[in-house]
Ligand binder design. Structure first.
Ligand SMILES: CC(C)(COP(=O)(O)OP(=O)(O)OC[C@H]1O[C@@H](n2cnc3c(N)ncnc32)[C@H](O)[C@@H]1OP(=O)(O)O)[C@@H](O)C(=O)NCCC(=O)NCCS
Length: 178
């Protein structure tokens, strides 16, 4: 039977971490280097388990960011992936839906993610963010190295959790880019 579980990142059992490593490495080759995070540890991890086997996961990073004159509370949805042999069975959608439920309960204004698969996320209510410069702290090889400013409109997507739309203006992530 499949089961969704959520862990605060520091509480993630070692046995689950061991299962996440190959899953993440397989889904995002060359990014994780044997770790379960790329740049920085997320706050929460949602895991789909089937009879003791991890078949999918997604991580959450809660923060405030600046958009123009506004400071907004967001939840970054990070590293959504499903084991190759279990894709196209709705697991990714279930993980995304659970991430949304939790972010909504936490009271954020938007869920935000970086996406290549725009159609998949559009179907789940995510909208492209209009072209604006985004500023973030670059981390390479687990060292801070600079502030980067780039237009991420081709990748950034957001889903509003309230009636209020994405504010206008440049984006400052007030930290690293997940
Ligand atoms: C993206 C991913 C999490 C989807 O998980 P999933 O369990 O297969 O998702 P679901 O079964 O809920 O939905 C599948 C839908 O997503 C879309 N989709 C999934 N992978 C796709 C791909 N590589 N290219 C285009 N569309 C894709 C399809 O439209 C598919 O719908 P269909 O089966 O009706 O055609 C999974 O493919 C994955 O782990 N990919 C590798 C990691 C990754 O790219 N993560 C996203 C980072 S932006």
């Amino acid at each position: 039977m499949m089961m969704i579980q959520t862990f605060a990142e520091p509480m993630l059992p070692a046995a689950l971490q061991d299962q996440l490593r190959p899953l993440l490495d397989d889904a995002f080759p060359g990014f994780f280097n044997g770790r379960i995070y790329v740049k920085q540890q997320p706050h929460f991890r949602i895991i789909m388990d089937d009879e003791g086997e991890v078949v999918g996961q997604v991580a959450l990073d809660y923060r405030v960011i600046r958009v123009g004159a506004e400071v907004v509370q967001i939840c970054f949805v990070i590293d959504l992936c499903v084991r190759k042999d279990r894709r196209r069975q709705g697991i990714g959608s279930k993980l995304l839906a659970e991430a949304e439920t939790q972010a909504r309960q936490a009271g954020v204004s938007f869920i935000v993610l970086m996406a290549d698969l725009h159609d998949f996320y559009s179907r789940h209510g995510f909208l492209r963010i209009q072209s604006e410069l985004t500023r973030w702290l670059a981390i390479e090889d687990r060292a801070s190295h600079s502030l980067i400013e780039e237009d991420l409109a081709d990748q950034l997507m957001a889903k509003p959790m309230t009636e209020i739309g994405w504010p206008k203006g440049p984006i400052d992530l007030l930290g690293y880019l997940p």
